[in-house]
Design a protein around this ligand. Structure first.
Ligand code: AP5
Length: 211
C-alpha cells in the first residue's frame, strides 16, 4: 500500500489528536495538525495581513478560528513535503475545503462522532506533558509516573467557557464540512465515544478498507 493520505474530522475533543498519534505510528505517515502548528507560532506577527488581530493567539484564546490565509499557507507548506499524511484540524470551513482541493487529493476521509456533553468533559479534563507532547485525561487516562503527573499542563483554551465557544464555532463552520464530504460520498463515520483502543480498531479498519 502506498502511504495513505488521510483526513480526520470531528469536534474539539473528539479524539483527533489521540487517534492521529496511533495512525502516524502504524501507517508511517506525517502528522499535519494546524492546532499544534498554530500553538507553536501563537505570537507570530500577522499584522501585515491587516486582519482583526495581530497574532494567532488572540483568535485561539477566545476559541475563534484563525483567518484562512494564515492557516492555508501553513497546510500548503506542510503538504508540499509529505507523501502520506494524517491531516488533523483542517479544513474547518468550506473555504478551507476549496483551498485543500487545490493542494492535494485524499484517500480516506473519516469523522469521529461524539456527543457534546462528552466533548466538554474530555476537554476540561485534558492535560498535556510539555516535555513529550503526550495527551492525558485526569480521569480516563492519567499518567502512571508521578513525575509526569506533576508537570502536566492544561491547554489555555480548555476552560469550560472557551470550550463552549469552540463547540459553537464548530457547529457553525465545521459541521458543514462534514456534510460536504458526506454529500460527496467519501465520508466514513467512526463511533468516537468508545474507549480509545476500540476507536482505534475501527479507525485502523476504516483506513485499511479505503486507502
Ligand atoms: P485544535 O488544536 O485543532 O483543537 P480542536 O479541533 O479543538 O481539537 P482538540 O485538539 O481540542 O481535540 P482532539 O479532537 O484532538 O481531542 P484529543 O485527542 O486531544 O485547534 C485549536 C485552535 O486552533 C482552534 O480553536 C482555532 O483557533 C485554531 N485552529 C486550528 N486549526 C484551524 C483551522 N484549520 N482554521 C482556523 N483556525 C484553526 O482528546 C481530548 C481529550 O479526550 C484528551 O484528554 C484525551 O485523553 C481524551 N480522549 C481522547 N479519546 C478518548 C476516548 N475515546 N475516550 C475517552 N477519552 C478520550
Amino acid at each position: 500500500m502506498a502511504q495513505p493520505r488521510i483526513l480526520i474530522l470531528g469536534a474539539p475533543g473528539a479524539g483527533k489528536g489521540t487517534q492521529s498519534a496511533k495512525i502516524v505510528e502504524h501507517f508511517d505517515v506525517e502528522h499535519i495538525t494546524t492546532g499544534d502548528a498554530l500553538r507553536s507560532n501563537k505570537q507570530m506577527d500577522i499584522s501585515h495581513l491587516d486582519l482583526e488581530y495581530d497574532t494567532p493567539a488572540e483568535y485561539m484564546d477566545q476559541g475563534e478560528l484563525v483567518p484562512d490565509e494564515v492557516v492555508n499557507a501553513i497546510v500548503d507548506e506542510a503538504l508540499s513535503s509529505a507523501d502520506g499524511f494524517i491531516l488533523d484540524g483542517y479544513p474547518r470551513n468550506l473555504e478551507q475545503v476549496e483551498a485543500l482541493e487545490d493542494m492535494t487529493d485524499l484517500d480516506v476521509v473519516l469523522t469521529l462522532d461524539v456527543s457534546e456533553e462528552e466533548l466538554v468533559h474530555r476537554l476540561t479534563g485534558r492535560r498535556m506533558d510539555p516535555e513529550t507532547g503526550d495527551i492525558y485525561h485526569v480521569e480516563y487516562n492519567p499518567p502512571e509516573d508521578p513525575e509526569v503527573e506533576e508537570r502536566l499542563e492544561e491547554r489555555e483554551d480548555d476552560t469550560e467557557e472557551t470550550v463552549r465557544e469552540r463547540l459553537r464555532v464548530y457547529q457553525k463552520n465545521t459541521a458543514p464540512v462534514i456534510e460536504y464530504y458526506e454529500d460527496e460520498g467519501s465520508l466514513e463515520r467512526v463511533d468516537g465515544e468508545q474507549a480509545p483502543d476500540e476507536v482505534w480498531d475501527d479507525v485502523k479498519a476504516t483506513i485499511e478498507e479505503n486507502a
